[in-house]
Design a protein around this ligand. Structure first.
Ligand code: FAD
Ligand code: PYC
Length: 425
């Protein structure tokens, strides 16, 4: 069934009761499925969390009326629906710290803002140190966070043992743990609910969400973006925004741009559901691995990137082995779990590990990408800030450091301190 008019009604305890009493047969669709118009003020390419959040804040805070989100598949089918749902703001460099903390503050009231339960759970995120050097780095990071008013607690091994009883804190394990840095306000959110919540709220404000509508060309005239060609026809626009994660280089090339981004695979996997056993999110110090338990009870785990560029969106056995090795070193009892699924997403890796949120050399063409493997947590903040850039045409204080020209000016935001090597960030 295709709705042409928004039937978006507020969700409430009363509506739940009313629909329950009528057999749940009359729920309206959460968002419309309109035909593409020939012209919009703003076209956002990419219906992941970031594109949808951008559309929502454009309409909600900047009064934009004619906005379309153009998605080649279904919304949330990219990295938004493939990530391990970890949300935190434990970054050392000021630029990243400000951006991710802005996002974390938005997460804290997002369900109410969107009238959609995105299941945000502040169960804490714990970074484990495997050496004294790593622990001393975490002490520095924790202090930097606290100076900025962001919550952080450094835990000794004894405190860690009490906090996470299922964690193997012995010296005989393959990667012995020496302590950890906890961000109590960090946690998880239900990834696809984030896409759905933003889509529903944006739709209610008049945003057209065009699924199954791949962009095949960005049209330009005299150095200005004029619109896009799609599989459902041409659409013109005053402004075009690229928000396509792992496809950023590919889509930017449609406008003749070459960006400092490489695409790499990241894999994750999930076990059968079990009773509650792990109440917080656990990450290995250098992102060797990360493990948490979903609200359904599954143990979800992942590890590092495949170290070569790829667009395949498919996992492989070496990555599965690596994930299993790290997880079992920390949690030997998980060896009895049966695995249900594994998958991969394609990550837009920049040369300094930080995102690009920027105007481009093509007038009217903007880009929001390069989130590497850490962009889920930034979803609301990225949309909020990018909408501001699109509405005003100039970056605000927070966004200025994330401009594309930082790579020609040499002003990198090298959070990991590893230099211009995408797969090391
Ligand atoms: P996407 O959700 O990928 O959306 C981009 C959309 O653009 C896609 O839907 C795609 O179909 C569409 N598109 C592409 N090309 C075109 C085109 N030509 N025309 C129209 N549409 C197009 N981050 C965290 O913060 N925490 C985590 O725990 C975490 N875990 C991760 C685990 C894995 C396995 C992976 C792969 C990533 C993880 N990330 C994590 C990273 C995070 O998922 C991403 O940075 C973030 O979701 C990117 O969101 P997005 O909206 O930019 O991209
Ligand atoms: O950014 O927290 C993160 C993350 C965890 C797994 C992949 N990215």
């Amino acid at each position: 069934m295709v709705f042409t008019k928004s039937k978006n009604k507020r969700y409430s305890a009363l509506s739940l009761l009313r629909h329950g009493l009528t057999g749940n047969r009359n729920w309206p669709r959460a968002w419309r499925s309109p035909a593409p118009q020939r012209e919009y003020d703003v076209i956002i390419i990419g219906g992941g969390g970031h594109g949808l959040a951008t559309a929502y804040y454009l309409a909600r805070l900047h009064g934009a009326k004619r906005v379309a989100v153009v998605e080649k598949g279904w919304i949330g089918g990219g990295n938004t629906g493939r990530n391990t749902t970890i949300v935190r703001s434990d970054y050392l460099l000021e630029e990243n710290s400000a951006l991710y903390e802005c996002s974390l503050k938005l997460w804290e009231s997002l369900s109410a803002e969107l009238n959609f339960n995105i299941m945000f759970s502040q169960r804490g995120t714990m970074q484990l140190a495997h050496s004294e050097a790593q622990l001393s780095h975490f002490a520095q990071l924790g202090n930097a966070m606290r100076v900025r008013g962001i919550d952080a607690e450094l835990l000794t091994l004894d405190e860690l043992r009490k906090f996470i009883p299922v964690l193997d804190c012995s010296k005989s394990t393959r990667w012995p743990v020496v302590g950890g840095l906890l961000q109590p306000r960090g946690g998880t959110a239900r990834h696809d609910a984030v896409a759905w919540g933003f889509a529903r709220a944006a739709d209610a404000l008049g945003v057209d969400i065009l699924e199954d509508c791949e962009v095949t060309k960005i049209t330009t005239h005299a150095g200005c973006a004029t619109g896009v060609e799609t599989r459902r026809g041409g659409i013109s626009a005053k402004k075009v925004a690229i928000v396509v994660a792992g496809h950023t280089s590919h889509v930017a090339a449609m406008a003749g741009l070459r960006l400092p981004i490489e695409t790499h695979l990241l894999q994750a996997m999930v076990s059968e559901p079990v009773k509650p056993v792990l109440h917080t999110v656990v990450m290995g110090g250098a992102y060797d691995g990360y493990v948490s338990q979903t609200d359904k009870g599954e143990i979800i785990m992942g590890a590092d990137l495949d170290m070569y560029p790829s667009y395949s969106q498919r996992g492989n056995f070496p990555a599965i082995e690596k994930i299993a090795q790290y997880t079992l070193s920390l949690f030997p009892s998980f060896g009895k779990l049966r695995m249900m699924r594994c998958w991969a997403g394609i990550n837009d890796m920049t040369m300094d590990g930080s995102p690009i949120i920027s105007k481009t050399p093509v007038d009217g063409l903007y880009v929001n990408g390069g989130w590497c493997y850490g962009g889920f947590k930034a979803t609301p903040g990225s949309g909020y800030q990018f909408a501001d850039l699109l509405a005003r045409g100039e970056p605000n204080e927070m966004l200025r450091p994330f401009a594309l020209d930082r790579f020609t000016r040499g002003c990198y935001i090298d959070e990991a301190g590893t230099g211009p090597v995408p797969h090391k960030h």
